[in-house]
Design a binder for this molecule. Structure first.
Ligand code: SAM
Length: 248
């Protein structure tokens, strides 16, 4: 597979991203993590591989849920430095590698989990096949990624449209059916992501041998709207795609 970008080791990006994640009203806290928590399978006595584990907070959560072994991998040494200091546990091993190289782990897992990292992978069909080979029979894959509506637009982002009172009423995006590389500004210029239409994502998983259990485009719950009223905009378009699939 081609060389993967490691933007989280960029000092400016790393610090800005950390500031965002340290807030208690970001979309991870209010929308993505609660939706993932509802779908996570029973982890008692299970082995878990976390792809793009970042600070390792999910890895410690898996141990609390009863996992017997957790491997967290990330391409960013800076993210893993935080993980090793904030999220250490004898049941957790952190490995600095690209998730596109996971077959080199030479180990099988009961659950593969990934939060908001798969849009950094270029060839999803090949990647789905790699993941299947690392899963035990009956094992689960649970991942979230930026929704294809969010990754779609070339040369920038989609945007909300407002009525005469300034209320958001719709969302414009483009280039949906043009899969491929997107280079955007997110804290710094040149952040590389990959856009795939929904059909490509689901078909890649199915052809690799996964059986889809759940496809979720989370909407904020009442408590989240109370905490951050502006998050009601998520009713106009999804921000995240979550897929739960099984190796049967
Ligand atoms: C948006 S962060 C999410 C971190 C963590 N999963 C969480 O939810 O808190 C994406 C993570 O994916 C990692 N990442 C990006 N591309 C990667 C790759 N090719 N292989 C492994 N990790 C990668 C980044 O370094 C970063 O830590």
């Amino acid at each position: 597979m081609s060389k993967q970008q490691n933007i989280f080791d960029n000092d400016i990006f790393f610090n800005e991203y950390k500031n965002l994640r340290d807030r208690d009203d970001n979309l991870n806290v209010l929308l993505e993590q609660p939706a993932m928590a509802k779908l996570i399978p029973d982890l008692s006595g299970k082995s878990v591989l976390d792809l793009g584990c970042g600070y390792g907070h999910n890895c410690t959560d898996f141990v609390k849920r009863g996992a017997k072994r957790v491997v967290g991998i990330d391409i960013s040494q800076k993210m893993l430095d935080v993980a090793r200091s904030e999220s250490a546990d004898e049941k957790i091993e952190y490995v600095n590698m690209s998730m596109t190289d996971i077959e080199a782990l030479g180990e099988k897992f009961d659950v593969i989990y990934s939060s908001l990292a798969f849009h950094y992978v270029e060839n999803f069909a090949e990647f789905a096949e790699s993941m299947l080979t690392l899963l035990n029979n009956g094992g689960w894959l649970l991942f979230s990624q930026e929704h294809p509506i969010i990754t779609a637009t070339l040369n920038g982002k989609g945007h909300f449209n407002r009525d005469e009172n300034g209320e958001r009423v719709s969302y414009t995006f483009s280039n949906y059916n043009q899969p491929g590389k997107r280079e955007i500004r997110w804290f710094v210029d040149g952040v590389v992501k990959f856009h795939r239409p929904m059909g490509e994502i689901i078909t890649s998983l199915a052809k690799a041998g996964f059986v889809i259990d759940t496809l979720c485009e989370p909407t904020p719950e009442k408590w989240a709207v109370e905490k951050l009223p502006a998050i009601a905009k998520e009713y106009l378009k999804p921000n995240f795609l979550i897929v739960k699939a099984k190796r049967t």
